[in-house]
Ligand binder design. Sequence first.
Ligand code: UT7
Length: 329
Amino acid sequence: MTLTQSLILGTGSYAPSHILTNQDLEKIIDTSDAWIVERTGIRERHIAAEGETTSDMAVEAAKKALAMAETDPAELDMIIVATISPDMPMPSCAVFVQAKLGATRAFAFDISAACAGSLYGLSIADQFIRSGQAKRVLVIGAELLSRVINWNDRTTCVLFGDAAGAFVVGPSNDPARGLMSAHLHSDGAAANMLTIPGGGSKYPQSEDVIAKQMHKVAMNGREVYKFALRVLPDAILEALAAHGLKPGAIDHLVTHQANVRIIESVVDRLGVPREKCWLNIERYGNTSSASLPISLDEANREGRLKPGDLVAMMAIGGGMAWGSALMRW
Ligand code: UT7
């Protein structure tokens, strides 16, 4: 059986209209625009409207990706939503997306791999496409983080934003184009660096859990930072080595955006010119699983990504979970 590699056929993204600037944050917590910009590169982030849900944002991003891919929702075989901030603990965010899109044929599920979720989703989609079990897969990263962060914790609340990004994956009809490989990793020994500890089976929802804000994001930023710098360059080198390539072959680096200093350090270590990396963190903050597909969509719609270009992707987040992928666009 000939296996057909998969290609991203369409991309889309969505961010709520309300923008919260660093100056706005200065008025509610002990922080400064100068600190946030210097330490992270973030200037503003989008915040969802009251009543807006993660699946609402996911659907907006998905509609744009489906339109670009000229795919009707009814043609979808599978919907994967990567999120750590779903509408509800159960059922999945993906089934709400399925219903809102009218994607009646698709089966739908969420994956939990934090900021690496969309990359994990791309790899899962690829397996179904290659094996012939699916022809059209919708992968979405959607996060409504403003509802799961502790607005009194300045070490986290300045970092995150709400948004969604999506892509449609299908078989490539050109053997010179498509996903070459994805390389996924996890290290549960580092799980406590970045958590939402409360609300699950270990610390079920209770007044105590809420009083201690254990249902909100807790992060040891410095440790996550060091971990990211240790594993991300290797993740890209691993992907390149699998195809006998060197960093000089990369045309575009599209990455999860958590901190501009992390991205620039990785890019510099690899010797990839910084202008080959799409940067948008100053406008969105860290949108976790949404950030990679949003970056892909923006670079794509700007016309940066030309057919046949070598696109390297990387992401890392809570778990720790991380990985890389190489695609001939
Ligand atoms: O999405 C994937 C997962 N997340 C990440 O990849 C995030 C990785 N980590 C980071 O990006 C950085 O570690 C942070 C941006 C979170 C923090 O930057 P840092 O340079 O590592 O700062 P720090 O945690 O070492 O804190 C330095 C100082 C501290 O004060 P002292 O102890 O030196 O007096 C903090 O209390 O900055 C203080 N600080 C702040 N000051 C003003 C921490 N947060 C703030 C704040 N405003 N919002």
